[in-house]
Design a protein around this ligand. Structure first.
Ligand SMILES: [Zn+2]
Ligand SMILES: [Zn+2]
Length: 322
């Protein structure tokens, strides 16, 4: 099969190679999914730079994927062949977090593209229970639900945005969906972005850029990370909340405890999503409540997708199509 392999950590052109790999063969309990669309996550950029010690090249990156089951291993119903599925994270279902419905925090979680070959490929091998059937959406639209919109769905479970003044910092692949979702949940939403193109697209959706000097937001959702976090804390009003979602650079940052104490801020981390958050995201897309913004690339152009994302030039999700 054709696939993009992370051969070493570094810049896109030296790290990502378009290669031929053996087709995956399903073992007991596995399915092989023919990928129809794979999402390029901000996290993939962090992985590529070598920020996660658990990732060992060579490996096929990518945890976001939609496709059809084309082969099954022993113990899996043959009639699932042909079903369209989305892929989720892999979790044990038995640890204390899984038992509390927090599979996103599973102690034994695995992510496609990090501990095993991922979705930047024609085919991917996964345990059958992490290939979830769905109907009624174009795969390129559905892939938006598999991480960016489900991340937004899960993040906004931590705060009640209705009637609140919300600032979304960063209008990348996730921010652009958090802003849309907060709006349909009844918030007065502003975004902060350096990109005039992204600002224009959001304006067409009725979401404005925060005016210069605007502050005292009830809720600030930071989708960028180290470069913006201190500013996000300063823009939240007293007793406000700062949701921390993005970490696209993988760098550390210095924070002033006084800023958090004197304003009595709540800093809330939100980590990815659970499979049912993806189902809710799919439902939101089916009902047309959120516009599925994405930019399509051929699989062999993964290097260009990473480069474009790095310079903030991708509107919505970058999607690889084999
Ligand atoms: Zn993702
Ligand atoms: Zn678990």
């Amino acid at each position: 099969m054709k696939a993009v392999q992370l051969v070493k950590f570094g810049e896109p052109a030296e790290a990502l190679k378009f290669v031929d790999l053996p087709d995956p063969v399903p073992g007991p309990g596995d399915v092989v999914v023919k990928i129809e669309a794979a999402g390029v996550c901000g996290r993939d950029l962090v992985v590529r730079k070598g920020a996660f010690p658990h990732v060992k090249p060579p490996i096929v990156p990518g945890h976001e994927g939609v496709g059809r089951i084309v082969d099954v291993g022993p113990g899996v119903e043959k009639d699932t062949i042909g079903e369209r599925v989305f892929l989720s994270g892999i979790y044990d279902g038995t640890c204390e977090y899984c038992k509390r419905g927090l599979e996103n925090l599973c102690k034994n979680a695995e992510l496609l593209g990090e501990s095993r070959n991922g979705t930047y490929a024609e085919y991917v091998l996964v345990p059958a229970k992490f290939a979830h059937p769905f109907h009624g959406l174009d795969p390129r639209v559905a892939v938006v639900a598999t991480c960016p919109l489900s991340t937004a769905v899960y993040a906004l479970r931590h705060v009640d945005v209705e009637g609140k003044k919300v600032l979304v910092v960063g209008a990348g692949g996730t921010g652009i969906y958090i802003a849309q979702l907060a709006k349909i949940r009844g918030a007065e939403v502003y975004v902060s972005t350096r990109s005039p193109d992204k600002a224009r697209v959001l304006k067409e959706l009725g979401i404005n850029t925060a005016p210069e000097g605007e502050k005292d937001f009830d809720i600030v959702v930071d989708t960028v990370g180290s470069p913006t976090l201190e500013r996000s804390l300063k823009l939240a009003k007293r007793s406000g909340s700062v949701l921390v979602i993005g970490n696209v650079t993988g760098e550390k940052t210095l924070l002033s405890p006084a800023l958090v104490i004197l304003r009595q801020l709540k800093i809330i981390g939100s980590m990815a999503f659970r499979p049912w958050d993806i189902y809710e995201a799919l439902d939101i897309l089916k009902r047309g409540l959120v516009k599925p913004l994405y930019t399509e690339y051929k699989l062999q152009d993964a290097v260009r997708a990473h480069e474009d994302m790095e310079r903030g030039a991708v509107i919505g999700r970058a999607i690889l199509v084999p």
